[in-house]
Design a protein around this ligand. Structure first.
Ligand code: HSE
Length: 443
């Protein structure tokens, strides 16, 4: 009997995710090896700082400052890129792919910004690029889209894709925490990006949404053609409005596709989601994605979307898939045929006009507290024939101003922009209005 093949695994980066991968892979090593019929060799991890305190114990001879000691090691077959960022990560990923290796990545920014170049390297050199961990942490959404739901075309994909935002909104809404305290907590729990601006300004969610849009529709959405908004402006009055009217405040990614007209739109923004939607009940660090397929109908996947353990679960899933492919000769990841068919598909898709998207809106206005002010506000809505559905007014005694929150019936983005312009031109409107969309799967 021949002895089983040994597969070497190397890590680039030992941050929150890297440590999670090392820990769980070491613990499950024997089990996974016997399941796969191979020996697993967790060979080495490259780090930036040898002295940094880490929660996992790793022998000194397995840690290096030189990432090329991992990538160029002929006994490393699977390279896990867990350093984040797009400069060094791109260089290292391409180097490993040029050597025909498997790269397992959690790096959504890299994939979103350099996807075509990465997949060109995969096609040219015969390696693999697996990226389950790049979207929705431990939720196997990439595999579901590519495999389990392959029979479908999706006219709507809507998801909560950023665990940090969902944690912040949940803690503000349910426990009354301030934005700053909730963000600090998300950072301490290892959910936030090294630069949390990426989370709270919606950029991380946009990266993930564009990966899903590309997988589903074959087209990379340019950022300037997408709607990208974060959660910095959310305040107690918005949370109060949501609570009173059976809505939940969520940071959503919405990918719409019209197969007849040939367009797709990508938007990430804070939205009010009716409590009857499953996503309204996805709270804390959890992510959730509802996919509306023409065959399966609406299917929702949910689970922990950030943090070392959840992300490690996705990375290890990819490592196992990669090893199964390496040992059986079958292809995992996106094959050349798969990539070519996505490219063809993408050619028939154009970015849709965001102005035409219709939804009910929510507005928060800070107004001068004076007789007749409301009339001026209503006149603007009436001028553009935008119908108001609900209103709440709050007084702020002795401050000379009040707050009004209101919702509208469904209206186009273009029309709402006109209403906003009109409102902002009023001297009685004291601050930049806060505008949120109210999610409705029907519009
Ligand atoms: N910062 C990301 C989040 C990590 O909060 O969702 C997972 O990609």
């Amino acid at each position: 009997m021949t002895s089983p093949r040994t597969i070497g695994i190397g890590l680039l980066g030992l941050g929150t995710v890297g440590q999670g991968v090392w820990k769980h892979l070491s613990e499950k090593q024997n089990d996974l090896a016997s399941r796969l019929g191979v020996n697993l060799d967790l060979r080495r991890a490259a780090v930036r700082n040898l002295r940094k305190a880490r929660s996992v114990k790793i022998p000194k001879n397995k840690i290096t400052l030189d990432p090329y000691e991992v990538i160029d090691d002929p006994k490393v077959h699977v390279v896990c890129e867990l350093i984040g960022g797009t400069t060094k990560a791109r260089e290292l990923t391409l180097r490993a792919l040029r050597l025909g290796k498997v790269v397992v990545s959690a790096n959504k920014a890299l994939l979103c910004e350099h996807g075509p170049e990465i997949f060109a390297a995969v096609r040219k050199h015969g390696g693999q690029f697996l990226f389950e961990a790049s979207v929705a942490g431990g939720v196997p959404i990439i595999k579901a889209l590519r495999e389990g739901l392959v029979a479908n075309r999706f006219d709507l994909i809507v998801g909560i894709l950023n665990g940090t935002c969902n944690h912040i909104l949940t803690r503000m809404g349910e426990d009354g925490l301030s934005f700053a305290d909730a963000l600090k907590e998300a950072q301490a729990l290892g959910y936030a990006e090294a630069n949390p601006t990426l989370d709270v300004e919606g950029i991380d969610a946009f990266h993930k949404a564009s990966i899903l849009a590309w997988l589903a529709h074959g087209k990379w959405a340019p950022r300037q053609r997408a709607l990208v908004e974060g959660i910095r402006n959310i305040g107690p009055a918005d949370i109060d409005f949501a609570r009173r009217f059976g809505l939940a405040l969520k940071h959503l990614a919405v990918i719409r596709r019209d197969f007849n007209a040939g367009w797709m739109t990508v938007g990430v923004y804070p939205a009010l989601v009716p409590n009857r939607e499953i996503l309204a009940r996805v709270s804390g660090v959890n992510n959730g994605i509802t996919l509306r397929g023409d065959v399966v109908g609406a299917t929702t996947l949910a689970g922990r979307g950030a943090g070392g353990d959840a992300t490690a679960s996705a990375v290890i899933g990819d490592i196992v898939d990669a090893i199964a492919a390496l040992t059986s000769g079958a292809r995992q990841g996106l094959s050349s045929d798969d990539l070519a068919s996505r490219e063809r598909l993408g050619k028939s898709v154009r970015m849709g006009d965001l102005d035409e998207i219709i939804s009910p809106f929510y507005l928060r206005l800070s107004l001068l507290d004076k007789a007749g002010v409301s009339e001026g506000i209503y006149r603007i809505f009436s001028k553009y024939k935008v119908s108001i559905a609900r209103v709440i007014q709050y007084e702020h005694p002795n401050q000379g101003r009040g707050t009004v929150t209101l919702s509208t019936y469904p209206v186009s983005e273009a029309k709402m922009a006109k209403v906003l312009k009109g409102l902002k031109s009023l001297k009685t409107v004291l601050e930049e209005p806060v505008v949120l969309r109210i999610f409705s799967p029907e519009t």
